[in-house]
Design a protein around this ligand. Structure first.
Ligand code: ATP
Length: 237
């Protein structure tokens, strides 16, 4: 059986004295799309921030068979973990391509950089058309594409995406969800944090439901979408 690419065991994290995540455990296997869903304030962003070492945490996080306990934040990217932050966090007054270039590893060779750019433009042709435009002039959906593409510029094995669909029109969300499938086809693993449970369960293979810092349910996305409790709490059925 394949080993998980990411294995989170009994993770605890929070802000000062407030513990937000209470013994969260989850696994993400290579080339899976796994969704972490839950309502406002459940702790989803806190989990991604902890995994990216932006918050102190306790527990065990194993990536590609190695503990991340003592790995400094800036080394996570070279290990192959990257996060697309909530709210895109693009540099509005820089061009699309300049934003993409910020996502590369510092020691990347020129041919490799060019290859990553081409791959991003293939995934998101609209970014190729707008490569010289200011990122701040893109639509919300295009900005989210640019944020995902910037993350891909580091050639990651795992992309963690926070609230990809936030504030976007359904048609833009659908396009981004299709792109996640294309990203996975390239062998890249996706951990998607979403408040839009419907969208998340539509694209994911498996999902975890987080409530008040605890994982309360897990299973295949299809099984969770059929779960009456999930339907009542998150799908408005
Ligand atoms: P949302 O979708 O609203 O972002 P979430 O599931 O991502 O929800 P978190 O943002 O992880 O939830 O927040 C979990 C808890 O931690 C909430 O009670 C929130 O108020 C609190 N929290 C988040 N950020 C901070 C912070 N910087 N300082 C203190 N408390 C915080």
């Amino acid at each position: 059986m394949t080993a998980p690419l990411l294995c989170v065991q009994a993770l605890q994290a929070g802000y000062g004295e407030m513990i937000v995540l209470k013994e969260v455990s989850l696994e993400v296997y290579p080339a899976e799309i796994v969704a972490l869903v839950g309502s406002n304030g459940a702790g989803k962003t806190t989990l991604l921030r902890a995994l990216s070492h932006l918050l102190p945490w306790q527990g065990n996080v194993i990536f590609d068979g190695q503990s991340l306990q003592d790995v400094p934040t800036h080394r996570l990217l070279t290990r192959g973990m990257v996060q697309v932050p909530e709210g895109r966090q693009l540099f509005d007054r820089m061009s699309v391509e300049e934003n993409l270039l910020l996502g590369t590893l510092p020691d990347i060779s020129r041919p490799r950089l060019q290859q990553h750019l081409e791959q991003c433009y293939q995934l998101f042709p609209v970014l190729a058309e707008r490569r010289r435009q200011l990122a701040g002039n893109l639509s919300g959906g295009e900005q989210q594409m640019c944020a995902v593409a910037r993350a891909l510029m580091s050639g990651p094995r795992l992309v963690m995406i926070d609230e990809m669909s936030l504030g976007l029109a359904p048609v833009a969300v659908d396009r981004l969800l299709d792109t996640l499938q294309a990203i996975r086809t390239q062998g890249i693993t996706v951990l998607l944090v979403e408040q839009d449970v419907h969208a998340a369960l539509h694209v994911a293979d498996r999902a975890y439901v987080l409530e008040s810092g605890h994982i309360v349910r897990t299973g295949s996305a299809a099984a969770l979408a059929d779960d009456p409790e999930v339907q009542r709490a998150y799908l408005g059925l």
